[in-house]
Design a binder for this molecule. Structure first.
Ligand code: BDR
Ligand code: CA
Length: 308
């Protein structure tokens, strides 16, 4: 199989950093473009971090700035989990300069140049850049093979009782992506809770060589253990979206209908996910259900060895 061409839209972000390393270390993927969005921290940081992380891998991949704020409303960051700079306060050497341009334009340019069904979009931040690209030129959706999103939850949220952070940050953009007519795969909080990185795993990685692995350990160790998940570790939300593309056999999944709450009350950003076929008509997503956690972390460790 030739490597799958993908665009990664991200807001690094401690777990985005691990996802980027995993993607850039994986021969199954041909990462054509990395776009940054304001999310976990402001765009100035997410762009700098994306450039620095790509730079550490030694790969030559364009990194382009995207939206600073969601389509509606104010921008709100999440520094409690990701630190003031998005990567736990860790200072990385500056990466190659950003490619000039704007993310949503660059995504459309790449889609326009592609064959039907050629490009996979991976969204691991608020969906603003993807939503803008698809809203501006919806016909380009036919160039998309699959959209894989880390977003949403079918039970409770992590930023409000109802909503997961990425969905809550730009629900209007997520609604555009969910309704674009191409297959969407969802890694929700219920799935990503199964990718819990423990201090034991980090300690086992520490003595192993590689600047990327050491950076990954530093970043992972900076994240406070998740109270929501019993303080046992930190969920690697975003790497789940990448792992689905390189090792789908580690997952179980089911078809589901997903929509997002666009009201301005306490339900805003909640993803309503019908896991039991109660919604008439066709489903619009593949919901990732379970993950082989041991195999996930074994593969992550293995892939980090392929990086400098
Ligand atoms: C998602 O929000 C961010 O905090 C993480 O990077 C992840 O993409 C989890 O809710
Ligand atoms: Ca993210």
């Amino acid at each position: 199989m030739p490597p799958r061409p993908i665009i990664i839209d991200c807001d690094p972000g401690t777990d985005d950093a691990i996802a980027l390393f995993l993607a850039l270390a994986s021969p199954e993927l041909d990462v054509r473009l990395v776009t940054a969005v304001g999310g976990n921290v402001g765009l100035d940081h997410t762009l700098r971090n994306a450039r620095a992380l790509v730079g550490l891998t030694g790969k030559s991949i364009p990194v382009i700035a995207g939206a600073e704020r969601p389509m509606l409303g104010a921008f709100v960051a999440e520094p409690r989990v990701h630190g003031h700079n998005g990567i736990g306060g860790i200072t990385l050497p500056d990466g190659p300069p950003a490619t000039p341009g704007v993310a949503s334009d660059a995504i459309r340019d790449l889609l326009r140049a592609a064959a039907p069904g050629e490009i996979t979009l991976v969204g691991i931040g608020p969906a603003t850049n993807l939503g803008l690209a698809l809203a501006t030129e919806p016909a380009l959706a036919d160039r998309i093979a699959e959209i894989v999103l880390m977003t949403g939850a079918w039970a409770e949220g992590n930023v409000t009782p109802a909503a997961e952070f990425n969905a809550w940050n730009d629900p209007e953009a997520l609604a555009i992506v969910l309704s674009c007519g191409r297959p969407v795969t969802l890694a929700t909080l219920e799935l990503t809770a199964q990718a819990l990185c423990t201090p034991t795993w980090i300690a086992a990685q520490r003595p192993l060589p590689g600047i990327c692995r050491q950076t990954a350990c530093d970043i992972l160790a900076s994240v406070p253990p998740s109270k929501r998940l019993g303080g046992r570790g930190t969920p690697q939300h975003d790497a789940c979206a990448i792992m689905w593309l390189i090792a789908p056999d580690l997952f179980t999944h089911r078809p589901a209908y997903a929509s997002v709450d666009l009201t301005h009350g306490p339900g805003r950003g909640r993803t309503v996910i019908d896991r039991w076929g109660k919604t008439p008509g066709p489903t619009n997503t593949t919901l990732l259900d379970t993950l082989d956690s041991a195999a996930f972390f074994a593969k992550l460790a293995d892939r980090l060895a392929a990086l400098p």
